[in-house]
Design a protein around this ligand. Structure first.
Ligand code: NDP
Length: 370
């Protein structure tokens, strides 16, 4: 191939990739803009329509981009066929990946869903409750503070929740957990989604040897999840429902200052992955979604990590939407924000460099503080 054809091919293939990637980017951007547009004012059916319109529009952009880039590529001389085929193999690869990771979230499927959300008085749990409300679900919300739950309930009803019941409870107590589940089933007449989100207070500090504290935290952050999921399973089996478990990057990669918290999140990972296998082996149609989150800008998280780590914190509203969407789509694991998945993927590739980097970044932050 002469130099001229070589340059033409490279330019065309370059534009092809740029345009395809722009297309994919614009699909995600548009979907998220459409979802947020007038978010506090849309009714659940509006939301469904908005979402479908968003999908149709963005797919049209995608097709146009493909035709346009195909035009560019087809106009190449025959001698460049190698590049042509390689280009389309790349496009096919991107298309398959795009298909596998396509957005299958349909907010309309949540209308009248029966949802129990724990830790719903503030933070991500509160935002999760609002997203389910917008879709027209029935809700049972639990946390310890009744006054905070009442405020969340008022907003949920305004946003379109079909019904909202409150069950103030301390998740450290086994009896309290039993009452919450009983109340949920009585109030809603069944259960479609169990969203396990609450966490007990944990300091962002080095391990001080307090065994009583870690025992308590295990009860709140881990055993209560197992207990609630166990009580919910017969109801979820009947409804072919879902368990959605809020976990953390700290439950995948150990970091300093999170010994107890990290241990509870690692425990959740082990228990719920194993349970998912067993349910599949018994052909029980209950999905389990583990949500692996990075740093989110909730008040409690920001207070904990301020001065200690220099990382961007992502919006709780977006994190909550990713949680609701993942639960509805019945995916096994959801990662939010974007960097969490690649970080988990490369976790064990270079263990020594990884540990060096983690310790250095935390050391620096803690030195700067002192
Ligand atoms: P918050 O601390 O903001 O909220 C915790 C919730 O749990 C509150 O509603 C609180 O309400 C409730 N709660 C606390 N203790 C108890 C208890 N003993 N019994 C019952 N309820 C209790 O947490 P976030 O919103 O920041 O986090 C939510 C989830 O997301 C957690 O599972 C967390 O691990 C996960 N996550 C968060 C990240 C972040 O950066 N924010 C990062 C990674 C994961 P009340 O005080 O009224 O009881």
């Amino acid at each position: 191939m002469d130099v001229k054809s070589r340059i033409t091919t490279s330019v065309c293939v370059f534009f092809h990739h740029v345009l395809c990637n722009t297309g994919h980017g614009s699909i995600f951007a548009l979907q998220s803009i459409l979802w947020r547009k007038n978010i506090d004012h849309v009714t659940p059916p509006d939301l469904g329509r908005l979402h479908s319109k968003g999908k149709a529009f963005t797919h049209t952009i995608h097709v146009v981009l493909h035709i346009f880039t195909a035009e560019l590529t087809v106009s190449l001389p025959l001698s460049t066929m190698g590049y042509f085929i390689k280009g389309w193999c790349f496009v096919a690869f991107v298309a398959i990946i795009g298909y596998l990771y396509r957005d299958t979230f349909d907010p309309e499927s949540l209308a009248n869903a029966k949802v129990l959300v724990t830790g719903a008085s503030t933070g991500i749990g509160e935002e999760i409750a609002y997203h389910y409300s917008r879709a027209g679900a029935h809700l049972l919300l639990t946390a310890r503070r009744e006054d905070a739950l009442l405020k969340v309930k008022t907003k949920c009803l305004k946003l379109g929740a079909k019904s909202v019941s409150l069950a103030p409870a301390d998740m450290a107590s086994s009896e309290a957990r039993e009452k919450v589940m009983e109340q949920a089933i009585t109030a809603m007449g069944g259960l479609d989604y169990l969203v396990l989100n609450h966490i007990g207070t944990s300091p962002f500090e080095m391990w001080d040897g307090n065994i009583n504290y870690i025992r308590w935290l295990m009860e709140v952050n881990f055993l209560s999840y197992v207990h609630l999921a166990t009580m919910a399973l017969p109801h979820l089996t009947e409804s072919k429902g879902s368990v959605v478990v809020l976990s953390s990057l700290t439950g995948k990669i150990a970091t300093p200052f999170t010994t107890s918290y990290g241990a509870t999140k690692f425990a959740l990972d082990g228990f719920f992955w194993s349970l998912r296998h067993e349910l599949a082996m018994k052909n029980v149609q209950v999905s389990i979604t583990l949500c692996i989150l990075g740093l989110i800008n909730t008040q409690s998280a920001m207070e904990k990590v301020k001065d200690k780590i220099a990382m961007p914190a992502y919006p709780a509203q977006d994190a909550a939407l990713a949680v609701v969407s993942a639960g509805t789509s019945r995916v096994s694991e959801m990662y939010y924000p974007w960097y969490v998945r690649p970080v988990c993927f490369v976790r064990d590739w270079f263990p020594q460099s990884r540990d060096w980097m983690i310790q250095r970044s935390y050391q620096q932050a803690s030195d700067e503080k002192h």
